[in-house]
Design a protein around this ligand. Structure first.
Ligand code: ATR
Length: 265
């Protein structure tokens, strides 16, 4: 079978090495490539994918939403989130999934098994936040608060969570067991954090969905305070593992996928 990841830019994607390492480990003859598709060519997506003869593909920035009109079917999670990162091609039909949320929550459960009893704060209200929130709701009692810089972002949220502005949660940070950053704040040169951590309690797990850099500014600041931290590496590996299961109905070799990605970082 033939797979690929589509995006722009795509040169630095670790999906090809991760998936090809898994194929080798489990004895598959499949292939997985990186396919750069610029936004101005996205209207030809059907022809491009057909020409490549793909059986499925991953979708990354900036196409996770643009792909929606080209799908024949969409699963419930992807529809709620409004973004797709995995497409299965079956009898010429394109079926869209989103494995980011499930990937993230699996990785979080490994470092914080008692999710059911956790008070969780999610920073940011974009696509990534929505995917994670939608998946977390399945595990956690209604103790999730999503905080965003701009409150109007919540106008189209139909998920049953508490919502707040970033500044409002700063003084009550100590109430949360887990804080998950889904914003890119601090990733540019000024190293500004999405929120002040002055009221962070020492046991709170601080998590970020990013893994390049391995320690984002908020993780570095939390670690300096002595807090446990968790980055997006395992989210990335698990979302890939879930894609593989959707495409092949087989179990991947997770350890090989993870160690391959770690080797490249
Ligand atoms: P993604 O799909 O990665 O979630 P997105 O949909 O563009 O990306 O959402 C980005 C999120 O990060 C938004 O919640 C955004 O907040 P706004 O709705 O107020 O724009 C948040 N964000 C981006 N830059 C930020 C910053 N410097 N400080 C705080 N939040 C930021």
């Amino acid at each position: 079978m033939k797979f690929a990841v589509i995006g722009s830019p795509i040169e630095h994607s670790l999906s090809p090495v991760m998936h090809n390492a898994n194929f080798k480990a489990v004895g598959d003859q499949h292939t997985y490539d990186a396919l750069r598709i610029d936004p101005q060519h996205f209207h030809s997506i059907k022809e491009i994918i057909k020409e490549q003869g793909l059986d499925g593909f991953n979708v990354t920035i900036p196409h996770k939403e643009s792909i929606l009109p080209y799908l024949d079917e969409i699963d419930e999670q992807a529809e709620t989130v409004g973004a797709v990162n995995t497409v299965l091609i079956q009898d010429d039909k394109w079926i869209g999934y989103n494995t980011d949320g499930i990937g993230y929550v699996k990785s979080l459960k490994e470092v914080y098994p008692d999710l059911e009893n956790a008070y969780i704060l999610i920073l940011g209200a974009g696509g990534a936040s929505k995917g994670i929130t939608n998946e977390l709701i399945k595990y956690v009692n209604p103790k999730i608060t999503v905080a965003n810089r701009t409150l109007s972002r919540f106008d189209h949220w139909n998920l049953d969570v508490n919502t707040a502005s970033l500044v409002d949660v700063e003084p009550v940070l100590s109430e949360f067991d887990i804080i998950i950053n889904t914003t890119p704040a601090g990733m540019d040169d000024n190293l500004e954090l999405p929120i002040h951590l002055d009221y962070l309690s020492p046991q709170t797990l601080v998590s970020d969905i990013v893994y390049v850099p391995f320690k984002t500014p908020i993780l570095a600041a939390a670690e300096q305070k002595g807090n446990p931290i968790h980055n997006g590496l395992d989210m990335f590996v698990y979302q890939g593992a879930e894609s593989y299961k959707i495409w092949t109905q087989q179990q991947p070799n997770y350890d090989v996928m993870r160690s391959t990605v770690l080797n490249y970082l």
